[in-house]
Design a protein. Sequence first.
Length: 732
Amino acid sequence: MEKLRGKVSGTLFRNEENGYSVISVRTSEGITTVTGALPELTEGEVIEVEGSWTHHAQYGRQFKSSGFRIEAPQTLSAIETYLGSGLIRGVGPSTARLIVEAFGRDTLEVLSTKPERLLEVPKIGRIRMKQIAESFQEQQASRSTFLFLQKYGISPSLSAKINKCYREQAEALIRQNPYRLIDEIEGVGFLTADRIALSLGIPKNSEFRMQSGIKYVLQDAAGSIGHTCMNKDQLIMKAASLLGADADEVCRQLSILLLRKDLFQDDINEAEMISLPRLRSAEIEIARRLLALRGTVQQLFPEHVKARIREFEKTQRIRFSSTQCQAILTAAQSGLAVITGGPGTGKTTLITCIMSVLGQESKILLAAPTGRAAKRMSEACGHEASTVHRLLQYGGEDGAFQVNSENPLECDCLILDEVSMMDVFLMRSLLQAVQPGTRLLLVGDADQLPSVGPGNVLADILSCPAVPQVRLTEIFRQSSGSMIVVNAHRINRGEDPEINGRGSDFFFESKADPEEAADSIVQLCVNRLPAFMGTKDASRFIQVLSPAKKGACGVQALNARLQSELNPPGRGKPEVQFGETTFRKGDKVMHIRNNYQLKWKTADDADGQGVFNGDIGFITRIQEADRMVEVLYDEERTVSYEYAQLEELELAYCLSVHKSQGSEFPAVIMPMTGGPRILLTRNLLYTGVTRARQLVVLVGRQEVLQMMVRNNQERSRYSQLGHWLGFLVNQA
């Protein structure tokens, strides 16, 4: 770790959300650029920074901060510069001069301990005195928070989040209860909060610590694995390990939490399952609302439905199988129905037919969990589809859904696609907005990866025989010679895919180690596949999907390598550094969270709002003067991001398989190079393969491919929705 000391000569960039700053520091060796999460600094302040030297392709040598110490201004001119810099509300250069003339070297002491003495300064009255005092205290508290948290190994970026949440109360609140950070600050886990707590003298065996640890194990299981509950014995074992405590004591503390109803215990299939109240209540409400929809619609006469099916078949020149006809009849006869099946089984065609059967007199809404999935649904069905968040009008001052039980959806039928991507919280919000008498059709592929958020919604619903459902297994969509759909179904059955056949579109390239595989993937993207597919624009036609984030074939490393090959730096090509990522004109990027306030424009001056998690686009412009980055989505919508909003973007040359859900790409490349078994699962492989329309290339070791095909258990989730569905059916 190196150190650098000097005077701040200016701030080149600052993100108020996370504190990321680029500042100029004058050292004994000249002007140096320092980057990292820092408090607001002013010209002339002396700072000592710990960190390391890095090299930026455009801006050259920089010092990356990992810790800092700010020295209070000592000279009268330095104090005057600090006060007049604009950091303190109500103080400009002339007022700063008057304050320093009044108090001299005691100025900062007066502002800290006797701010009422500001009334001695000409032109400062009581209102302005109070404004100056409050602003000065906020600045000092912000710096104090950074330095206080730095002692406990809290990163500057996380310190910025904590400071933004708690402001001047940060240190007092954390000293009082460090464990509140777990619930209130994204990115703080139990180990971090516990380290602070133990340093502050909170005993290891305190009830507060023990109970916080037990709840954290459940919260972590929900966030990292997707469990909505845990087996009691497993919970006690994990909590005891985390806390370094005796299992009997953990069990005693768990009993207290259960008595207070901070946690709940339910006996499911002779197992004692423990859950957090918010997850348990979400699954119970989903079950109750789903079952209530089953018989609340007016049924259509079977002969009427069959006649409309025949009419649709004639118009479209197709013939449905008996299972497909049964799926259409089930949807037409029930208030709630589920249609599930793999690729090529005709789910989209059935949706279109069901819309035709219900007729133009019915108001039908289509929705999907992500923007990409909604767009695919719109294109395939010829009917507008929206994301669930947009359908429910997420936003407003309180950041909640505006469409809900008090302001429900106005429609006769709601068709929801890609249901496997729905977590319990989003599903509950959707069902709260569905009125009795609305027909609800759920469509999805139960064999894909479950949702990123907690729960196993589609699989649990299908586990209840009382829910009308049809599973499609027959393959109908298959191009001549195509093995993608065939192999997807082989993988799903636990059979090895057929690879490298003559004229095939499903290939495996053997590479012994991850570095070789990464080299091959880069060459496939840069040279080989563009030539094979007859395209010069690899970024638009080829998508790399990786099971892991780290490693030579992980998302992070492959994005860096593919960016350097497909969009290298060049003279006159603007770029901007944000955190660890360099964004460059021409880069392929993904928007990673729903933002309903972001505005977009089209070339013909149409405009609108909303950019959604999973939207993929290309950077078309970087305006350094205005600190703006423009991204073109779907070849039509241009969105302008301020530099501070770049945390909503990631490079997208390589995506995780989870983030690719709901999307399709002409060609998909996946590394098969090993890693934790929990990541290398059958449904992850199946999900990745089914993202491809024209070509699949797997690169790595065949034993890894075979292991993934056979690994069908590692990602099983604990959830209770299926239990509650069965329980409520039996109670009826």
